[in-house]
Ligand binder design. Structure first.
Ligand SMILES: NC(=O)c1ccc[n+]([C@@H]2O[C@H](COP(=O)([O-])OP(=O)(O)OC[C@H]3O[C@@H](n4cnc5c(N)ncnc54)[C@H](OP(=O)(O)O)[C@@H]3O)[C@@H](O)[C@H]2O)c1
Length: 211
């Protein structure tokens, strides 16, 4: 049986998706669709009838305490279509863990170009980290665990992929699975995204995403 695969990649990474499609698709017809449309993955999936051709297992997009745009269209569409949701950068690229000192980031660290990590914006975004830290203190947990517990609380079909180079962080992050947020704590965390200062990508990347 020929394995067929559908890749729907939008925005800045669509070029990457096209490269994969050219490399592995072609004559074998394994990859049958590459999409390019910001935040309208739901429409794209419906237009292509992709789920009818082959079930789509999962969809990956940024989702965290400070980045919740997918809640408007993408997450509901994934649910409607029975597609699992994989939040990337669930720790806000590390910012929500409260361990990031922006001036200490390596010169070649991409976050140096991200508006939320500029010195001025990061100072304001520290308010978000403070609120996460407060909840973490109440639970005897770490801010990273609280940030992940918030993402996980959105359903069993939501499976975040925190990134790390360290085993100790993997172990710590796994602890989020056993964390229970009270209704009050959840409500306090819910309001934080509105306080985020700065876009999630530099302007040139945002322009690509919005194409
Ligand atoms: N599809 C896409 O367009 C896309 C875009 C971005 C990311 N992703 C994927 O999403 C995954 C995660 O995203 P991400 O790495 O950008 O962001 P993230 O998971 O939000 O944050 C990663 C950062 O948090 C730090 N960290 C992890 N656990 C920690 C803990 N317990 N305490 C303190 N710091 C902790 C890591 O430090 P260390 O690295 O020093 O351990 C790293 O700096 C990756 O697999 C990535 O490939 C996909």
């Amino acid at each position: 049986m020929m394995l067929r695969m559908i890749i729907l990649i939008t925005g800045a990474t669509a070029g990457f998706g096209l490269a994969i499609a050219r490399r592995f698709g072609g004559e074998s017809n394994r990859i049958i669709a590459v999409g390019r449309r910001k935040d309208r993955l739901d429409a794209l999936v419906k237009e292509l009838g992709a789920n009818a051709v082959h079930p789509i297992a999962a969809l990956q997009s940024e989702y965290s305490l400070w980045e919740r745009r997918v809640e408007k269209h993408v997450l509901p569409a994934a649910r409607e279509l029975g597609v699992g949701f994989v939040p990337y950068s669930p720790l806000g690229r590390g910012f929500l863990t409260g361990t990031i000192v922006v001036d200490a980031l390596e010169e070649n660290d991409a976050r140096r170009r991200h508006p939320r990590f500029s010195r001025e914006n990061a100072l304001q975004n520290e308010r978000i980290v403070e609120a996460v830290r407060d909840v973490a203190g109440e639970l005897g947990a770490t801010p990273a665990q609280v940030a992940l517990a918030w993402v996980l609380s959105h359903g069993n079909d939501v499976v975040p992929i925190p990134g790390t180079k360290r085993v100790k962080y993997v172990e710590e992050n796994a602890g989020a699975l056993g964390l229970h947020l009270t209704a009050d704590q959840f409500a306090r965390l819910e309001g934080l995204a509105a306080q985020t200062v700065g876009e999630r990508y530099p302007p040139e990347t945002m322009a690509l995403i919005e194409q």
